[in-house]
Write a protein that binds this ligand. Structure first.
Ligand code: CUA
Length: 417
């Protein structure tokens, strides 16, 4: 084939590709593939640790890109220059084959070593930097313990000791001070999990009986998506969490609110009838159905901020009291701590003292709305197959909840701010 005809075919195809692309744009085709700032992007970094790891990625990309261009150019040159130009060429014997050219072989070995050295320098630098909080920042570092359970994350604040109780404990949403290094001690309670907040730091395993740690820093206040990154059983893929970074004052306010006991709206003894008549929540949820609204995704940090305050206008004290009673009678309290409300619970299950202030439930899988909380309480197995609330809680204890029970429990849990 003549070179000119080859080029004209390429030009025609190029126009088709352009036209299809334009059409896709006009029809509002979603080009998410090209977006680099998704929730779990490692390219859109928001802290020095993730940035250092991204630099290693780019160094490797550039080296391999140069190798690709060199090899592809030689290949293209040889393909065009030595192509068969006639029938006779096509059937000709191959020319005499040569082998053993010390100059070429030594230069290729040298070039390979050079490429590896170019990658090794930023790699070693980054390994040193990301390993632990830099010495000059140690004094300013904040410490948190994170423990992986099947399938949720427990966060402990060893610096915030609550009288007669121990350290502040939360679940699935890790609130940290922005602009300060945070050293996170990592443990696994049952199997190996892995702690990963792509925009802030690369993953480190959470291993039973072995202390691991990592450090990270958020440059500015923000809301970041995290994910367990080590296969850990049925619901590994839905073992998520969030990191919320706050400025100094806001972080302090948050600590004060969280270390306080659960908010009191109504005691169990209330005899009033609930005023609010809830429309029944949906019950036909399917496994893997989305638990998320787009509105929340647009501005999650402001969503989180709004979630910190009680909705006193719409609260129904009698319904909350009913929910509080059910939380006891249905034995929820024997696993979950609600500090200040009832004695019970264990550290092996999510602490619910301030569950109303979290933006997510079920380890970051569902938005913490009334509808999604009702879905989680009524069908935990459809959200997280194999989860302990269902398998070792609901089934052996024969826990059954009517739609009214679910409404009351939702009202109670959401009052816990
Ligand atoms: Cu925990 Cu995967």
């Amino acid at each position: 084939m003549r070179l000119t005809s080859l080029l004209s075919i390429l030009a025609r195809r190029g126009r088709v590709v352009l036209a299809l692309g334009g059409l896709a744009l006009l029809t509002g085709c979603n080009f998410n593939f090209w977006r680099m700032d998704g929730h779990q992007s490692t390219i859109d970094v928001n802290g020095p640790v993730a940035k250092s790891q991204l630099e290693v990625f780019y160094a490797t990309c550039w080296v391999t890109f140069v190798i690709f261009v060199l090899v592809a150019s030689v290949l293209a040159y040889a393909t065009l220059k030595f192509r068969a130009r006639s029938e006779a060429d096509e059937h000709a014997e191959p020319p005499e084959q040569g082998h053993g050219n010390p100059l070429i072989e030594l230069s290729l070995i040298g070039a390979s070593i050079l490429a590896l050295v170019i990658i090794a320098v930023p790699t070693l630098k980054s390994i040193g930097y990301t390993y632990d909080v830099p010495a000059e920042e140690k004094a300013n570092a904040y410490e948190v313990n994170a423990t992986g359970y099947q399938w949720w994350f427990k966060f402990e604040y060893p610096n915030e000791q609550i009288k007669d109780t121990g350290p502040l404990v939360t679940a699935n949403e890790l609130v940290i001070p922005a602009g300060r290094p945070v050293r996170i001690n990592l443990r696994g309670m049952d199997v190996i999990h892995s702690f990963w907040v792509p925009k802030l730091a690369g993953k480190v395993d959470m291993i039973p009986n072995r202390g691991n740690f990592l450090w990270l820093k958020a440059d500015a206040p923000g809301y970041f998506w995290g994910q367990c990154a080590e296969y850990c059983g049925d619901s590994h893929a839905v073992m998520r969490f969030r990191v919320i970074a706050l400025g100094p004052k806001e972080f302090n306010d948050w600590l004060n609110q969280q270390t306080a006991p659960a908010r009191e709206v109504a005691k169990v003894a209330a005899t009033d009838q609930p005023k609010a008549q809830f429309a029944a929540y949906r019950t036909d949820w399917k496994t893997n159905e989305k638990g998320w609204t787009k509105e929340f995704d647009l501005n999650p940090l402001d969503g989180w901020r709004a979630q910190q305050f009680p909705d006193t206008k719409h609260e129904d004290a009698a319904l909350i009291a009913k929910g509080r009673g059910l939380f006891q009678s249905k034995t929820c309290f024997s696993c979950h701590v609600v500090r200040g409300h009832m004695v019970g619970g264990s550290g092996a299950y999510p602490d619910l003292t301030h569950i109303g202030t979290r933006t997510t439930i079920a380890a970051g899988v569902l938005e913490n709305s009334s509808e999604q909380l009702a879905r989680w309480i009524s069908h935990p197995d459809r959200v997280k197959p194999g989860n302990k609330m269902y398998v070792t809680g609901y089934i052996p204890n024969n826990i059954k909840l009517t739609p009214d029970d679910v409404s009351a429990l939702v009202a109670y849990l959401h009052s816990l701010k």
